[in-house]
Write a new protein. Structure first.
Length: 92
């Protein structure tokens, strides 16, 4: 569960919606025979938007764990600090 403050949640949603719009552009370009350059540029934009949304999600969960300096608490959806680190690295 993402327990971000409203401003952070809005940032995450904006990035995801931007990625969705860019992906729609990629699909249209492929369907319409768009240039390779345009398709790859749009794909890179989609990837970047998704990565940034993922980093915000993981960093928000990590901040919750930082509030527990001995590392014994879990994030709200049951993730330990170690699991969050692994998630973070999957985005890198």
């Amino acid at each position: 569960m993402i327990t971000a403050d409203p401003q952070t949640q809005r940032r995450i949603l904006n990035r995801l919606k931007r990625a969705r719009g860019q992906l729609d552009g990629v699909i249209s370009a492929v369907e319409d025979g768009g240039s390779c350059r345009d398709v790859v540029t749009q794909l890179a934009a989609v990837s970047t938007a998704l990565d940034r949304a993922g980093f915000v999600i993981v960093s928000t969960a990590m901040r919750e764990c930082v509030n527990d300096p001995d590392g014994t608490a879990e994030a709200e959806d049951g993730l330990t600090a170690e699991e969050l680190e692994k998630l973070f690295l999957t985005l890198a």
